[in-house]
Design a protein. Sequence first.
Length: 542
Amino acid sequence: MRLLYVKLLTKFRGLLSGSEFHFDSVDATEGKIEPICLVGLNGSGKSNLLELICEIFYYLETYVLAEGKPKKKFQTEFGFEISYKLDITYQLAERDNKWNELRKLPWEGIQDTSLKIIKEQDKLPKATLVSKNQIRVSDSEDPRDFYVPNHIIGYSSGQNELISNPFIKSAYHYFEALEKKQAINQNLELGLTRLFYLDYESSLIACICNFLFQEENNVSLIAKELKLDEEIPLDSFSITIRFKNYRNNRIKFPRTLEVAIENLKSCGTLLEENENELKLAFRPDSDIRRAFQRKFGSAILLFRDLFYLNLMNIHLHGVDTRKKIKDAPSKTYDNLAHLVPVPKRDKLIFELHEVKFTKKGEKNPIKYKNLSDGEHQLMHVLGSVMLLNTSGSILLYDEPETHFNPEWRSQLITLINKATAERIKTDRIRKQEILITSHSPFIVSDCRREMVFIFDGGKATNPKINTFGTSVNILTEEVFKKKESIAQTPINLIEEIKLSSLETLEEIQRAKEAARVLGESVEKVLLFRELLLKEKELEPTK
């Protein structure tokens, strides 16, 4: 997956009509998955761009899934152009029902395709494809030609979580599709959903899956940073499954999820089982991990089953609420998370709880909820990169470093590269795109100049200076327009001293004493230099 450009044909939130963002000059370093870093002042539009990309792929996903249905409802969305490169091997296998053949094909370069999709307001979208095997000059409205990335993963650390809106809507679409399969008694294998939002619950599920399959990924990297026991980092966890919806009626689970529940029972300790609920406890030593590996096959397949079990919690939302959220127009709604009901924990249909870790130097296990915000954030970001490793995916992280200490901020890009390094060494190459918004000069200093885009006035351009390895003080001025290296209160004190009367030696001495409360900085040195020069001017000549 390689994003080439995005263009707006209509206004979208803070982005003006006609705004263009080009990434086609970005060439990833061989052997690395380097994130594209979007930086700029607050309100410059960088988060709006991530929101736009999420909305575009949500729109394309719903358009593709609506194949054969009336397209009138797809004529009223915002206008855009987008272009990206994608290996469409998976999509062709899915479309033509040739999954068995897919396993026999070489992984890379079967159907490398460049796509350009244009969606004018009040019109159907059109796609143009150029691939090794075919060249299509004319535009197509056939949904089968709208090849969407295998996964679109979103994450936001802030309260303004508009990026989550399309993912929330997609969850209700997936739930509805699952219900329809159940209604017509289809025992179909569940596919992994295309859109994922890394909220607290899905990130916790990803975390559990990574540690249960720690031999197949680089999860020791997380254990090392969080100072967990590297042999058995995950001490224990519990799962409770309940069988009543919001009307207190019994729920019928799809056959695939019934199998998943039986597999969970065979891996854990049964605490309670009756017609209303099932309680299981797990202590994942090496034997239990092997049991999970036998029953579920891989971390991503376990994640799929737990994700769909968690999706069953939508049974606790009223039908009217589901419809209101699922059909909310993208141009008018605010934060949809405010509309999502929050059931009591003891009513949840699927509850993953009592998660505990073994920390070095600690006698007792540490509860997951007692980890710091920074530890949670590191586990969420690196864990998602490790788990959702399918080639042809795009990961969109809105300020993933807000809770990090300076050390982790300076290491984030390096840690992402380490998290993907083991996969890159295999014959299955990860062709993924990662976009990060940030306010941290430490992160910018870990990126090559061509991977950094500064947002200003609705435009995004590469920095004028080399960013890789550049001092954070220089980057703070160049990228974030802050010339001073200290905070505003001491700056105000320095300005106050400079504006005070400095006409006598006594006044200069008082100014020096007032400035001694300041710690060491360039600004303090320059202030004292100025005071010393004035002092020399006032000293009597000999």
